[in-house]
Ligand binder design. Structure first.
Ligand SMILES: CC(C)(COP(=O)(O)OP(=O)(O)OC[C@H]1O[C@@H](n2cnc3c(N)ncnc32)[C@H](O)[C@@H]1OP(=O)(O)O)[C@@H](O)C(=O)NCCC(=O)NCCS
Length: 155
């Protein structure tokens, strides 16, 4: 597997993966993914297997020492093979190099695989965000202190 920065030519493939990961009203429109890939305040990184984009993550650097996981997606055909863990480690390493101390993310209260991944990496629930994804679709706001030595890696 290879990790590499996403470019504009990857956006269609990334949008396809995002649509396979999320319901239509949650998946990001192509234009938003393009903006993320071009933005200097976002980091968009893909993971490839045999030259096929298998997943990607986007992190938004929201402040001098804080950042937000916009999304982390693994194509259903590539799940359960460790790609999620590799990307979590990569995104945290990149954030630490930028002196990011607090990482935030939102995850559906029903998204147990993602919650399990995040907990393994030391994220904890800060609060519930009611109707975050739409009426009746709640999320947890999760946070990790990246400067804390205790949960440096989930692997
Ligand atoms: C969450 C996601 C990124 C995990 O990717 P993955 O490559 O399958 O994950 P890995 O193989 O690296 O597994 C890492 C950990 O995730 C958790 N996990 C993965 N699949 C799981 C499942 N089906 N059920 C429960 N936990 C699961 C486990 O804690 C696992 O650790 P383990 O292997 O020690 O049990 C993937 O399921 C996905 O893309 N889901 C759809 C998009 C999404 O929900 N993204 C998060 C948005 S908030």
């Amino acid at each position: 597997m290879i990790l590499r920065e996403l470019s504009l030519s990857d956006v269609e493939a990334a949008a396809r993966i995002d649509r396979r990961c999320f319901a239509a009203w949650i998946a990001y429109p192509l234009e938003i993914l393009e903006e993320c890939v071009m933005s200097s305040t976002c980091e968009s990184v893909g993971i490839e297997e045999d030259e096929v984009l298998a997943g990607f993550f986007i992190v938004f650097y929201s402040g001098p020492h804080s950042a937000q996981v916009v999304t982390i997606d693994v194509d259903p055909d590539f799940r359960g093979m460790g790609f999620g863990k590799v990307m979590m480690e990569e995104l945290e390493n990149r954030a630490r190099q930028k002196d990011i101390r607090r990482m935030f993310l939102q995850v559906s209260v029903k998204n147990y695989p993602a919650q399990s991944l995040y907990k393994k990496f030391g994220y904890h629930v800060r609060r519930i965000l009611y109707h975050y994804y739409g009426p009746g679709y709640h999320a947890y706001l999760m946070e990790k202190d990246l400067s804390c030595a205790e949960a440096a890696s989930g692997i």
